[in-house]
Design a protein around this ligand. Structure first.
Ligand code: FES
Length: 165
């Protein structure tokens, strides 16, 4: 285990109390991801140390489940609604416009880490279809042209809470 730093001490505190046992692995990973938004290599070493398993084993479990990230999330997350009501109102066109403008695939993020794009599920607010969520805020009644403007603004550094108003 590398030298104890402030960061590793914080990680250690976060998962203290978990047993030296594989059974607590998912709990440890969830705690770390919830706190930091992802599971870093450093966190994997601390978890391995706490649970008395190898870092390679922690890495294997982390990457097995799609719920866990191994890289930091983007500063702003745009979730595109993949539900049927949104698709019926040009949801695919909106998705393609966002991907082209941000120059990222679905599930990716801009190279500067500013904007991430992901698939979202219908949350029942279909009266605002087609829609996306910008950091969980609904931006509805979109058109492809509006999606391009919104993506450009985010890409160029606009504050997420100001776009799509
Ligand atoms: S289908 Fe998009 S919000 Fe319901």
């Amino acid at each position: 285990m590398p030298l104890e730093t402030e960061a590793t001490a914080e990680l250690r505190a976060l998962i203290s109390g978990l047993k030296a046992d594989d059974a607590d692995m998912l709990e440890a990973l969830h705690r770390v991801q919830h706190h930091y938004g992802y599971v870093s290599a450093e966190a994997m070493h601390v978890i391995a140390d706490q649970l008395r398993v190898t870092p390679a084993h922690v890495y294997g479990v982390t990457t097995y489940y799609s719920d866990f990230r191994t890289t930091p999330p983007a500063s702003c997350t745009v979730a595109w609604c993949s539900g049927p009501a949104c698709r019926l109102r040009n949801g695919i066109g909106i998705r393609d416009a966002m991907m082209a403008t941000l120059d990222v695939p679905m599930g990716g993020q801009t190279t500067d880490g500013r904007v991430g794009l992901m698939v979202g599920q219908c949350n029942g607010s279909c009266e605002q279809a087609p829609q996306i969520w910008v950091d969980e805020r609904v931006v509805g009644h979109l058109t492809a042209a509006k999606a391009v403007m919104l993506a450009r603004a985010l890409r160029d550094g606009a504050a997420p809470e100001t776009v799509g108003q």
